[in-house]
Design a protein around this ligand. Structure first.
Ligand code: MN
Ligand code: MN
Length: 270
């Protein structure tokens, strides 16, 4: 039996690689606030009381003292893992997943990534930028940082990204063929990256790129609950408070976070 570390929150208030709208940098504080809001109790649906001290930790928000934001993210996430934590990062735009996964790949070999998103984020470059939030999974796959990349909820495939998916052997599960519970089983370490725009904008309007025809909150939770494997870390990205309606998307992000933390905690004790 492997003893897994404590799930630990890390806010990454960075939206410097967003191609369309800024605002995702303000998300971490709002998600924390919603997680601790008295409107709901602290239990996950899977039966874990997140209100018990020590079930998860919080390392606060990353401060970008250094000029190179990606180097700072890589170093801080790596340090958290080395201290025995399982980092759960609150973004930020999706570009941050590249330096985060870099830190994980240096410490866990044979990583499986379960990627929830409306977009494959596989562009070789976007508007001349190879570090854009439209590119992180191209960088991850070409650097060999993951054994498997499984993308769920995709509904914006174009020819270039289809070619990229084929080139890198990405397992793409498009929105129109869901459910896909059986695709979410892995051997070895699992990393979950959850882009809030995988949800239908009716459920989560507070995002930068609204793509109709997405998952309900219930479908997303059902797929998260179906994950099998050792969850070593996760992120929730692309919540954009500037676009939100009455804080609704913060509440949804907190619900997703609660279920991810609950699953990580159950696996810890398994
Ligand atoms: Mn994304
Ligand atoms: Mn997206």
């Amino acid at each position: 039996m492997t003893i897994l570390g404590t799930p630990t929150l890390l806010g990454i208030p960075f939206d410097g690689q967003s191609s369309y709208l800024r605002g995702a940098g303000e998300a971490p504080g709002k998600i924390r606030e919603a997680l601790r809001c008295d409107a709901s109790n602290s239990w996950s649906e899977s039966g874990v009381n997140l209100g018990v001290a020590g079930v998860y930790g919080d390392a606060g928000d990353l401060e970008f003292a250094e000029k190179d934001a990606f180097a700072a993210i890589d170093a801080h996430v790596g340090a958290l893992i080395d201290q025995g934590n399982r980092p759960v990062s609150l973004g930020g735009d999706h570009s941050i997943t590249y330096p985060i996964v870099k830190a994980f790949a240096g410490r866990y070999s044979e990583l499986t990534i379960f990627h929830f998103d409306a977009h494959p984020d596989l562009y070789d470059e976007f508007e001349g930028n190879r570090l854009s939030h439209a590119c992180p999974f191209a960088r991850i796959m070409e650097a060999g940082l993951a054994k498997r990349l499984v993308q769920v909820g995709i509904r914006t495939m174009n020819r270039h990204q289809r070619e990229q998916a084929q080139k890198f052997g990405v397992e793409v599960v498009e929105m129109r063929v869901l459910p896909a519970y059986e695709k979410l089983k892995a051997k070895g370490p699992v990393y979950i990256t959850f882009d809030m725009d995988v949800l239908d904008p009716a459920f989560a309007p507070g995002i930068s790129h609204r793509e109709p025809g997405g998952m309900s909150v219930r479908e997303a939770i059902a797929h998260l609950h179906a994950i099998e494997g050792e969850i070593v870390g996760a992120d929730i990205v692309e919540y954009n408070p500037v676009q939100d309606v009455s804080g609704l998307t913060a509440t949804v992000a907190a619900k997703i976070l609660k279920e991810i933390l609950g699953m990580m905690s159950l696996r810890q004790r398994a």
